[in-house]
Design a protein around this ligand. Structure first.
Ligand SMILES: *Cc1c(COP(=O)(O)O)cnc(C)c1O
Length: 431
């Protein structure tokens, strides 16, 4: 795979170089130059995860040893990805059966394995990530006990759910959880300052696990073909419209890359909550990043989505994006109403999936088949869902087993010097 910076087209990189580069030196993101496949009927007949293995091999197979790459994909995607029929002409692709019960497992688990293949033995790499919840959990679990890797997770103290905190702060070993006295934006600013420090970055081989990392996007583009393949297995041969619940827009970017590879789709829709930077832009207003607003679908509370630059680059700006996409946003009240509507049809979904389902209902055209993505397990939102539906949610074993583990996070002052001291302090690397 060849990639180039969204800002400097002749800054070209291989996949491996882009995976460890974080941002391009000009501040842009690395965007892949994708081939178009012409044998989708054959590809879509492959079982999972063979389909993902084949796609990844075609895209980056020239940069890794074949058997190791195959094994990496199979291990990363070792959980089921069911497609559920919801109502007439509407389906849901459930992406939340991984170890941390959110779709971030796809990207984090493949990234961990590809970095390990890239580094081989003897390297020492620090994965530095800021989280408002799901990313930290997926990254911590994916990198836990991986030789040569240390994962440092920054999160806003007291502002993530205690369940989320347990998913990344009870592991210990090569996973360091830092509770920052500040907001998620403060955590992200600290992380950015470290990446902007060339000496520190070099000293620790600092690597981003946020969705600017192309390896995460590569992992995610594999499940869009899986949705189409499963529809075909069910006898549904129409190319679907797929609706993607979006925050940083990595997931929608992956969907657009799958479409660029030639995957037959009727269209793609961006679904947002009250953080409407992108829907407003698609409505024709200027692109105006802004601070985020807290909502029920909190993993989508992003006011300055980092992957929009890749999408705008791919689609050629505002007019191109308007022509290529459908879009919509819903309030928390509408999200709750959609959770309740689906519950009465016999389906319990989390707030992020409900946003996607509600927007799908608005943008789907007569005669079309639609798919929305369920990105988190409903049991991650027990208070909200129990209050709405009156039912008692069982805690899945992945979460129940964390309940009485001690929290191992350390407090961190809101200062770059304090973070630098932690990074230079304990290596905490597995060998
Ligand atoms: C991260 C996340 C999203 C948003 O995905 P992006 O790729 O950032 O657009 C949606 N739902 C859940 C549950 C998430 O964790």
């Amino acid at each position: 795979m060849r990639l180039h910076s969204t800002r400097t087209p002749d800054d070209r990189k291989s996949f491996r170089q882009a995976m460890v580069a974080n941002l391009a030196p000009d501040g842009g993101l690395y965007a892949p130059e994708l081939p178009r496949f012409h044998d989708w009927d054959a590809l879509l007949a492959l079982p999972w995860p063979d389909l993902a293995v084949e796609l990844v091999q075609r895209l980056i197979g020239d940069e890794f040893e074949a058997h190791a790459l195959q094994a990496a994909v199979r291990e990363a995607f070792s959980f089921p990805v069911p497609l559920r029929s919801i109502e007439a002409d509407r389906w849901c692709l459930e992406l939340h059966a991984g170890p941390t019960l959110a779709f971030k497992d796809f990207g984090a688990r493949l990234l961990a394995r590809l970095l390990r293949l890239h580094d081989g033995d003897g390297a020492v790499r620090t994965i530095l990530t800021a989280t408002s919840g799901d990313t930290g959990a997926a990254v911590a679990q994916a990198f836990w006990r991986v030789p040569g890797m240390r994962a440092v997770v920054l999160y806003p103290a007291g502002r993530v759910s205690s369940q989320q905190e347990r998913q990344f702060a009870t592991l210990g070993g090569n996973v360091q959880a830092l509770a920052v006295a500040g907001s998620f934006d403060d955590c992200q600013a600290l992380v950015k300052a470290c990446f902007a420090d060339p000496d520190l970055s070099r000293r620790h081989c600092l690597t981003s696990a946020n969705s600017i990392n192309i390896a995460r996007i590569l992992a995610q583009l594999c499940y869009y073909p899986l949705a189409v393949a499963q529809l075909r297995q069910q006898g549904e041969l129409r190319a679907p419209l797929i609706c993607v619940p979006s925050g940083n827009f990595g997931n929608l970017c992956a969907a657009l890359y799958a479409q660029a590879l030639g995957l037959p789709l009727a269209g793609l829709a961006a679904a947002c909550n009250a953080n409407t930077t992108v829907p407003e832009y698609l409505d024709g207003q200027p692109y105006r990043p802004r601070p985020s607003i807290a909502t029920l679908s909190n993993a989508m509370d992003v006011g300055a989505p980092s992957n929009w630059e890749r999408i705008d680059h791919l689609l050629g700006g505002q007019a191109g994006a308007q022509a290529a996409l459908r879009w919509g946003w819903v309030s928390d009240a509408e999200t709750r109403a959609e959770i309740l509507r689906l519950y009465r049809l016999g389906h319990l979904v989390d707030p992020h999936a409900a946003v996607a389902s509600a927007v799908l209902g608005r943008v789907q055209r007569p005669g079309e088949v639609g798919v929305f993505l369920a990105t988190a397990h409903p049991a991650k939102f027990p208070e909200e869902l129990e209050a709405l539906t009156g039912m008692k949610l069982a805690l899945p074993p992945e979460l129940a087993q964390l309940a009485d583990r001690p929290l191992l996070s350390q407090p961190l002052a809101m200062s770059v010097a304090a973070l630098r001291a932690v990074l230079d302090g304990g290596p905490a690397i597995c060998h």
